[in-house]
Design a protein around this ligand. Structure first.
Ligand code: PEP
Length: 252
């Protein structure tokens, strides 16, 4: 039995067509009654309204965004405002995913602005942290993560801390098929919890990095792992169902 609610969050990245989405939900609806964990999906922004509609009908999955702008409104072509996300009833937003950090050059300072603005609009925030392989090999894992936490979460207030979640995603494990061992992940999760200034005991800390139906159970057995942020395995309903089913068992 887990201390905190177990969350399985699918990050669909830039995948899924409308036909694939409809197949996914037909499959998922078959497990509605077994779902005891929180099941969340972050599709491409353009698909959010459609997924919200389907999720409303099936009643079991909550929908979020993969990113948001650090500004509320204005001349920022191509960006999506956290205000607009909140306006259409989005539940959560992922901020600081390693692909945003490495491909789009997002630094902790700009991520901090996104975090604060998303929280201001009442969105739950999944703030991602994690080290590269070079940083792990140089024994810098804790330093890198502490820095990501202290700058990225600067000025988060006690009033909004309950909306904050953390995802520990070692960069070397994302999309590579290499998962951190449950013990490696737990060591970092426990460390993250000691570094959180607000609401530490209640904060949901997800693990992400090649999570699959065959490795989720050992991860969820760890005291400080409260669920998973999942890329590849969240695209197939069968795998996502299996992950949610393991998470539901871990809740009991
Ligand atoms: C991710 O993109 O957040 C992720 C963890 O991907 P994958 O599960 O494919 O490693």
């Amino acid at each position: 039995m887990k201390k905190r609610e177990v969350h399985i969050v699918g990050n669909w990245k830039m995948h899924q067509t409308l036909v694939e989405i409809s197949h996914f939900f037909i499959e998922m609806s078959k497990m509605k009654m077994e779902l005891k964990c929180k099941a969340w999906i972050a599709p491409q922004s353009i698909h959010i309204p459609i997924l919200k509609e389907i999720a409303f009908t099936t009643g079991s999955i909550q929908i979020g965004a993969q990113n948001c702008c650090e500004h509320e409104s204005g001349a920022y072509t191509g960006e999506v405002s956290p205000l607009a996300l909140a306006d259409i009833g989005v539940e959560f937003v992922i901020i600081g995913h390693s692909e945003r950090r490495s491909i789009y050059g997002e630094k902790n300072e700009v991520l901090n602005k996104k975090v604060l603005l998303a929280l201001k609009h009442g969105l739950k925030v999944i703030y991602c942290v994690g080290e590269t392989l070079a940083e792990r090999e140089a024994e810098q894992t804790f330093n890198v993560i502490e820095n990501q936490l202290s700058i990225g979460l600067r000025n988060v207030t006690p009033e909004s801390a309950h909306l904050l979640m953390i995802a520990y995603e070692p960069v070397w494990a994302i999309g590579t098929g290499k998962t951190a061992t449950a013990e490696q992940a737990e060591e970092v999760h426990a460390h993250i919890r000691t570094k959180l200034k607000l609401n530490a005991e209640q904060t949901i800390i997800l693990y992400g990095g090649s999570v699959k139906p065959d490795n989720i159970d050992s991860l969820l057995r760890q005291e400080n792992i409260d669920g998973a942020l999942v890329g590849g395995a969240s695209l197939k309903a069968q795998d996502f169902r299996a992950l949610c089913s393991s998470a539901s068992t871990a809740m009991m």
